[in-house]
Design a protein around this ligand. Structure first.
Ligand code: SF4
Length: 405
């Protein structure tokens, strides 16, 4: 994309774009014009921020014919990395200045990451059996917001996503569902594949990934060099790079998502932010990942004592499975999260830096209320033993090996 700078003002003031942007423009011209209404699913991460600012720029510059309506849906999990959340706030202001319809999409209170985990007691998600988070805090709220928007419209909507797979994957025609390669964002593939078939909007939404072919260097060139320039919209996108490693962002290619994401083996994005002195005060956030790991341990959870009989009379395949978090574990985790947030915000106030908000008073009160109401996930009563209690071993066929004393 670097060649694009030398040709910036070629032909008078008419902006000239490199091949990657030209392909995006062509795909928008081909498919965008078939739809009266466009929506952009925006997470605040680099890919969706690139697609959002580029599309708005192309509209502003008159390179794309505007749709009848454009709606931007910002997916706010409340667990975003602070540099991304702050950049998103600035971009939201810029969208408001352009009178672009923006909706902040957040999961209902009881479904939010921390409330669901500590109020209802569902253990932190993992890669094997329990990845409840992406759908619940990103995809379902986006589906509901879109369904509500579609209700107001007279026709279908084209949902534009920042799914990006690089050139080889485009050749494969595959879009990964999970947090993809090359530093892709959590959730984007789900928007592309799950949204079109979601209940309530099936048949009324088309999706388009107009930067599918972009390499990570194209994204950085756009966010760090071009988008901040006046001719391309003066977008507040340069600081997004901080979350991915500043000048080294392209090489580091950190995957972003929730702070302390239990599904990521390493917290590369946060580790990278902390090497920047401006963000070092966020260091206590490293305690979140450690906490989520601890919460999966047997002493913090209940266990089914024996084989479970299912509704159809058969035995469940996983007897003695571990389940929800005990009340003590939930209160311990809540106290630690409050302490982490307070430590960060005390430093932020002393340093004149932005504060964080991953757990607000309403969420804390709801967690405490759900605990006081003795709330357990479906299928659990709270009478089960803790998972570190020695028990007879029960096998999948129902046979029992007594505990050796
Ligand atoms: S970033 Fe991690 S915790 Fe957040 S929704 Fe994605 S997989 Fe779940």
């Amino acid at each position: 994309m670097r060649e694009f700078q030398s040709t910036l003002f070629e032909g008078g003031q008419r902006l000239v774009y490199d091949d990657a942007v030209e392909m995006t423009l062509q795909s928008m011209q081909a498919y965008g014009q078939q739809h009266d209404h466009w929506g952009i699913a925006w997470s605040g991460g680099k890919d969706s921020s690139a697609v959002l600012t580029l599309i708005v720029h192309l509209l502003d510059a008159g390179r794309l014919a505007p749709p009848k309506t454009l709606s931007v849906f910002y997916a706010d999990t409340r667990q975003e990395l602070p540099p991304l959340a702050i950049a998103a706030q600035l971009i939201m202001r810029q969208l408001a200045e352009r009178n672009i319809n923006l909706e902040i999409v957040t999961a209902p209170l009881d479904k939010r990451f921390l409330v669901y985990m500590l109020g209802r007691g569902v253990p932190p998600p993992n890669n094997n059996t329990l990845r409840w988070c992406t759908r619940q805090i990103k995809v379902d709220p986006m589906t509901d917001a879109l369904a509500a928007r579609i209700e107001e419209l007279d026709s279908s909507i084209l949902m534009i996503t920042g799914v990006r797979q690089g050139e080889s994957a485009v050749r494969d025609q595959r879009i990964a569902m999970s947090c993809g390669k090359d530093g892709a964002e959590c959730g984007q593939g789900w928007y592309q594949q799950v949204l079109p078939n979601a209940k309530g909007i099936r048949g009324r939404i088309a999706t388009l990934a107009p930067i599918l072919h972009w390499r990570v260097c194209n994204v950085w060139d756009w966010l760090k060099i071009y988008a901040p320039m006046r001719d391309y919209g003066s977008w507040a996108t340069a600081s997004i790079a901080d979350a991915y490693g500043g000048d080294e962002a392209a090489e580091i290619a950190a995957r972003t998502g929730c702070i302390g994401c239990p599904l990521a083996s390493r917290e590369l994005a946060l580790e990278t932010i902390l090497t920047n002195p401006d963000w070092y005060y966020l260091e206590p956030l490293q305690g979140l990942k450690q906490l989520y790991r601890e919460l999966r341990l047997p002493q913090h959870r209940l266990r089914k004592p024996g084989a479970e009989t299912l509704k159809d009379g058969t035995l469940a395949k996983n007897p003695q499975r571990m389940g929800p978090l005990t009340f003590d574990a939930r209160l311990m985790a809540l106290a630690r999260i409050i302490a982490i947030q307070e430590a960060v915000n005390t430093s932020a106030r002393n340093l004149g830096r932005p504060e964080i908000d991953i757990l607000n008073a309403e969420e804390e009160a709801r967690i405490r209320e759900l605990i006081s109401l003795e709330t357990w996930p479906k299928g659990w009563t709270g009478s089960e033993p803790t998972a570190d209690t020695p028990l007879d071993t029960v096998y999948g066929d129902g046979t029992v090996q007594p505990l050796m004393m």
